[in-house]
Write a protein that binds this ligand. Sequence first.
Ligand code: PMP
Length: 360
Amino acid sequence: MTRKYNFSAGPGALPEEVLQQAQAELLDWHGQGLSIMEMSHRSDEYVGVAAQAEQDLRDLMGIPVNYKVLFLQGGATAQFAMVPMNLLRGASCADYIDTGIWSGKAVKEARRYAQINVAASTAGNNYTSVPAQSELQLTPGAAYLHYTTNETIGGVEFDYIPDSGDVPLVADMSSDILSVPVDVSRFGLIYAGAQKNIGPAGLTVVIVREDLIGQTLAGTPSMYDYKIHADADSMNNTPPTFGWYLAGLVFQWLKRQGGVEAMAELNRRKAAKLYAAIDASDFYGNPVAINNRSIMNVPFTLADATLEKRFLELAEAEGMLNLQGHRSVGGMRASIYNAVPEAAVDALIDFMQRFEKEQA
Ligand code: PMP
């Protein structure tokens, strides 16, 4: 068996060590004679696994005690609806920053429930930057301000935390959670689908300040009510037990790597060398403003788009998978999440340089 380098945007690469651990304990979890997937979520053993995962995430992110950590289902997409259903709290409008496809989808869904004001949009420059704080047109009385910290498709990442004053700040961190340290206390709510930096698809993590929950919109289904999940320790119904367990293994792996600070240093180094290689040649290009370039998702184009197919075929033959850009934008994209080793980035750069020479 040879594991290849996986540059998938999501579900993305998982740490090999974690997969090995899951494999080793798959048939017989800790001498219990059954797998974690076959165990009651109400058993002492599973409740212990779940609580440990939450504690490890709290440690890694420095989550203050007045925040609930929820392990839910429905992906980040369900959060596009759950956020307005729970956080409008009687207000009629909310502000959203539009920086690309994912924040656009969040706006579209939220418009089913409230008046949504776009506080700033970078559509005008084809989503190649984030708006500056001074460009945000915040609405007095808005229920919250929503933004997407990292646009997974465009490869655009905020280099600052917007200041929303007293208005709770809500962030979709699906593709950059745990990649760099963040001050959780700046946020009212953070959500992330698991399948990039946390674990397998099927699990969604929500971190929410306690005082914001419990005032849902009339008619909100109980499964979409944060308070119901919080009061039940995310076990209002059967949670995604395997995903939660595996997320716990990833959190422990992250701790062994030195935590989020150490990951950030590595992530910045990985991204810097890949962007440097792109910038060093006219053959490759990336249009994103330097300060807003994502350190997780690195889209790039080839000067001659007809070579894309060959690029992908040769890369795959060398064991580098999933470099194709999103179907909506084309080009290439290397997602270099926490679990993508630096050696994968080095191999990609080496391949890109050889590919360019061969075309000359
Ligand atoms: N937001 C962002 C930033 C994403 O990258 C994605 C998935 N790629 C989503 C939301 C949607 O997530 P899900 O598929 O888990 O609903």
